[in-house]
Write a protein that binds this ligand. Structure first.
Ligand code: ADP
Ligand code: MG
Length: 351
């Protein structure tokens, strides 16, 4: 999100502020790159083609697919498959299929299988040397598009499926460590003094990254936690209260923060949340085109950037930026999200 700050002379600055990091089930890979070319076509039809220079190139689909190909080759068995572990009846199938077809385009010899957890219960097996099999096919990569949030474990047996996957030598997208690194609690920890410095030596890089962090206030059972609760109760509109959940619709705003924190009281259930400063972007004119037509909207845009990392232990084999996905929502909504219909995919316009 881009926080809008006005200096003494009235000049506006748009500072990028990080909302979150998603390390599991990152989606919208096709949407971003597909929409960039739609917008560039629209500018051409509108006879303002010269403005396409302001649209940054977006090759997220091919860059991310290339990451899958590199990982699959690294696994070292040309007969091993890529497994997309997915939900039943998900609208995200369109995004996931795009990844699948793009993999085939890169290398027609790779087999990609889509399976739900229900299907895996009967078909998954682990060999004594750690190879993962599904229906007797060896698995090179497991790409998680489910099992990222507690609600996904609708059956106890899904935990057994997850355990087998985690115990295998298949390449996991992501590994359990990376999933944990994407937890909201980690953002709070990374924002603490001297923590980024443990991972990055370049002070200038540390400064730039830290400038994108919003304020985080820990809710542990100590005096800092007590103070944070008081701050949130006094000025709830300045904060967002977040549980350790993914997938949208979980964050708590405004008076609901007061209700929840008052109900919890001085209880360690509060440690399950993080308290984050609420970012205040400036709404900008936009036109949303949806199935029900088009409408002018005062919109807030959120820029997501993709990255690919492939590592064996501490040995990093690939690590690169893989373009972006912009989402815009009406300024009236607190939460955004394409799946829940609140946001629309969009393109950045550089000026
Ligand atoms: P989830 O992981 O469930 O998607 P997020 O932390 O990404 O949850 O938040 C969902 C949405 O809520 C974001 O896309 C953004 O629109 C809004 N949001 C989250 N944190 C903030 C914040 N600190 N300030 C303003 N809006 C926020
Ligand atoms: Mg998330």
């Amino acid at each position: 999100m881009f926080e809008c700050v006005v200096d003494k002379s009235g000049k506006e600055f748009f500072n990028p502020k990080q909302i979150e990091i998603n390390t599991i089930a990152s989606g919208g890979i096709k949407l971003g790159s597909g929409l960039s070319s739609v917008h560039s076509d629209v500018l051409q039809y509108a006879k303002i083609k010269e403005l396409t220079a302001h649209l940054p190139k977006n090759e997220s689909l091919s860059k991310i697919t290339q990451g899958f190909l590199t990982a699959w080759k690294d696994y070292g068995n040309p007969n091993a498959i890529i497994l997309i572990l997915c939900k039943d009846n998900t609208p995200n199938i369109f995004d996931q299929r795009a990844v699948e077809y793009a993999i085939y385009n890169l290398d027609e010899h790779i087999t990609v299988r889509r399976k739900t957890c229900w299907e895996l219960i009967a078909s998954i097996a682990l060999s004594p040397d750690g190879k993962l099999f599904v229906d007797d096919e060896e698995v090179a990569i497991v790409y998680f598009r489910v099992l990222y949030t507690a609600n996904d474990y609708t059956d106890e047996k899904f935990w057994d499926v997850r355990l087998k996957v985690e115990m295998s030598r298949a390449i996991l997208c992501p590994s359990i460590g990376y999933q944990l690194a994407g937890c909201k609690k980690m953002q709070e920890v990374l924002a603490k003094p001297d923590v980024l410095e443990r991972f990055i030596d370049d002070v200038d890089v540390v400064r730039k990254i830290r400038s994108t962090f919003a304020g985080f206030y820990e809710l542990e059972m100590n005096s800092d936690g007590d103070n944070a609760v008081q701050m949130a109760l006094t000025n709830p509109d300045l904060y967002v209260l977040k549980p350790q959940r993914e997938g949208g619709g979980n964050n708590i705003y405004g008076e609901h923060i007061v209700t929840l924190l008052s109900e919890i009281g001085n209880d360690e259930r509060r440690c399950a949340y993080i308290l984050m400063e609420k970012i205040c972007p400036k709404p900008l004119d936009n036109i949303f085109v949806t199935a029900s037509g088009h409408q002018k909207v005062q919109a807030i845009s959120e820029l997501g950037t993709f990255g690919v990392i492939l590592a064996r232990g501490n040995d990093v084999i690939e690590n690169y930026f893989a373009d972006h996905l912009m989402r815009s929502k009406s300024h009236e909504h607190n939460d955004g999200g394409i799946d829940n219909g609140l946001s629309v995919p969009d393109s950045p316009f550089l000026f």
